[in-house]
Write a protein of this length. Sequence first.
Length: 219
Amino acid sequence: MATFIVLLGPPGAGKGTQADILAEKTGLAHISSGDLFRENLKRETDLGKVAKTYMDRGELVPDDVTIGMIRERLSQPDCQDGAILDGFPRTTAQAQALETMLAGFGGRVDVVPYITAPQDVLVGRIAGRWTCRAEGHIYHEKFNPPKKTGVCDIDGSVLFQREDDRAETVTRRIQVYAEQTAPLVEHYRGQGRLVEVDGSQPMEDVTAALLNSLKNAGR
Ligand code: AP5
């Protein structure tokens, strides 16, 4: 049976970093809604143009656009055994749509690790984040620096700082998370699928806690 993992947590908690590691360890596909929007932005698609107007302000892209994009991604062959969802769902409507989509594939959300960290930690992480232009590999100038400044260790592409990582946009993203996404914590807790993970620990310890949560969920 396919395995679907939803990584929940505020901006900067480490969802993307850990999703990459878990995807490598489990062989599951990593689906990041933020990365999918950024790819569309880079290719200047209509979807990318719509998404940009929201992302630049730190607002959520409308549900219908986001749900359609994830439905299409989940239908691809590499998701046959399941996926690690990073950044989706982010609203109650998205969570409901995901349940319907997965039921269509004979699956369900198996486990929801909720990665948390205090706000000052989140802000410090986002301020020092550098992302690879080609594949979105994530670095931090202090906590996870690349071997050569400004260059991705994995594919040699240029590292850049995200437009929406400017201080004022980050403040809005954290607010939007509290208003629209935090209610999903209780939604998944009520379903018995939520596992709290302390994201302020070193990366390896967060990974160990996440792997443990998958094992306990029988995955
Ligand atoms: P998205 O790209 O999803 O951003 P986010 O959720 O705000 O999360 P981040 O990518 O900022 O943080 P993260 O938790 O992945 O942390 P990371 O691993 O990078 O979304 C961007 C925008 O797209 C949204 O604002 C919205 O407009 C739109 N969007 C996306 N999904 C949407 C949806 N479903 N609906 C509507 N709109 C949507 O780590 C951060 C930094 O910390 C890195 O530098 C990393 O190296 C470092 N780090 C990580 N873990 C540790 C650790 N344990 N110790 C020290 N440093 C660490």
